[in-house]
Structures are given as structure tokens and as C-alpha cells.
Design a protein around this ligand. Structure first.
Ligand code: ATP
Ligand code: MG
Length: 143
């Protein structure tokens, strides 16, 4: 659902959107919130990836948990910022010219949603190479 909402915006920006086969996975929880979670992550990935780059969505399930990955080939985030990235209103370099707008709430909302569903979220990034967000969610049977 979320990847479909980004077909036109990515095409317009010249960013390639790759959607791998994503396992069907039942999570006990709030579908609107879970959509919001992935929407925020893909929104960031597209926003911080210049034209000519790519955003990839993938997932794997292992029986008890599933892991979903949103990765991009964009600007990356330097290591010093990673520990605070999920804090409310935290933005990397908001004063930089041409820095894409935002309130800095997106990732703190992602973290709340993931934790409310018994999961976890992590980030890996390398400056100028790209960023990868990993979301782990337990299956409905785990409750
Ligand atoms: P909002 O989501 O509220 O519109 P935002 O996108 O600035 O605003 P977050 O989604 O919380 O806020 O992200 C916080 C900061 O983390 C961003 O401002 C940006 O500096 C950095 N960031 C998040 N995702 C990425 C990404 N995929 N690539 C590079 N930087 C990122
Ligand atoms: Mg955001």
C-alpha cells in the first residue's frame, strides 16, 4: 500500500523505487499506525535521496518475527547523529541551505508505533552512501 503511494512522487523526483517480494505477515495491532510507520520511513528515504538514486523496500520472516528494511542510496547520516535520531524534533543540520523541510517528529512517531506493537527499530547509515532502517515486528501468534 505504502509503496504504491510513492510511485508518482519517486518518478517525478527521478528516484528508483524497488519493491522486493515482501512476506505476508500478520501483526496484532493498528493497521493505520503500521501504515504510518512505513509511510514515514519511505517519505524520509525519498526526501533524502537525490535524483538518480534509489529506495528499496524488502522484508524477511523467520517464524516468530519479521524484519522489514527501508534503504536508500541518499545523503546518509553521520555517526554522531544516530544515537539521537529517534528523539522528538531531532533533525540533522536543519539550518543547512536546501535542507528538506520537516518537523523532526516522523522517526519519534515510528519508534512509538513499533514499540507499541512489541517490535524494535534500528538504523545504519554511511554518509554520502545511504541509510537503512530495520523494523522488526512480532507475528500475531507471539501474543
Ligand atoms: P517530519 O518527518 O516530521 O516531516 P523529518 O523528516 O525532518 O520531519 P524525521 O523523520 O524524524 O524528521 O527524521 C529526523 C531527521 O533524521 C531528518 O531531519 C534527517 O536529518 C534524518 N533522516 C531521517 N531519515 C533519513 C534518511 N533516510 N536519510 C538521511 N537522513 C535521514
Ligand atoms: Mg520524516
Amino acid at each position: 500500500d505504502v509503496s504504491e503511494r510513492f510511485q508518482v512522487p519517486t518518478q517525478e523526483k527521478g528516484v528508483k523505487l524497488e519493491v522486493e517480494s515482501i512476506p505476508a505477515w500478520n501483526v496484532r495491532g493498528d493497521d493505520v499506525a503500521l501504515s504510518q510507520l512505513f509511510f514515514n520511513l519511505v517519505d524520509n528515504a525519498v526526501k533524502f535521496t537525490p535524483s538518480g538514486g534509489r529506495v528499496r523496500l524488502s522484508g524477511t520472516a523467520n517464524g516468530r518475527t519479521a524484519q522489514f528494511v527501508v534503504e536508500d542510496s541518499g545523503t546518509g547520516i553521520s555517526a554522531e547523529h544516530l544515537p539521537r535520531l529517534f528523539e522528538r524534533f531531532y533533525r540533522v543540520d536543519p539550518s543547512r541551505q536546501h535542507s528538506p523541510g520537516g518537523t523532526g517528529l516522523g522517526l519519534s512517531i515510528c519508534k512509538s508505533i513499533v514499540e507499541a506493537h512489541g517490535g524494535s527499530i534500528a538504523v545504519e547509515s554511511e554518509i554520502e552512501r545511504g541509510t537503512r532502517f530495520l523494523v522488526t515486528l512480532p507475528g500475531a501468534e507471539a501474543h
